[in-house]
Design a protein. Sequence first.
Length: 132
Amino acid sequence: IHSEGDAFEILIGTDPERKVYYEIEINPNNELMVAEMVNHGFDENMEPVLDIHFVDDCFVESEVEKWGNGYTATVKFNKKDIFSGDGEIYFNAYRLETDGGEMDKHLFALFPTNLPKFHSPEHFAYLKDYIK
């Protein structure tokens, strides 16, 4: 499902330099993709330079409930499985909406990146700041 149609994404990790993190992507059909991302920054066109390592032994459980024109996705994982370093847990969450098309996407971010792509670790937030 990587970059194909409507989806919800969470980018999450613990690498203090925010270069290594996980992408968890789920679509309305409960198709799940998990990848370890290594972020090398941006190229001259402000596109992220990434090494993508798809996770074959998926550590994420998912469930989708469709309603009206939308859906609710629930993902579960053990937090030790997203450790990518010895820092605090950071994350961002995203919604890709295509209005039924595959390439014309509307991109929504919990913590906006103001860039055409989501892989902007400087816009990730610390999870501890949002849970009690």
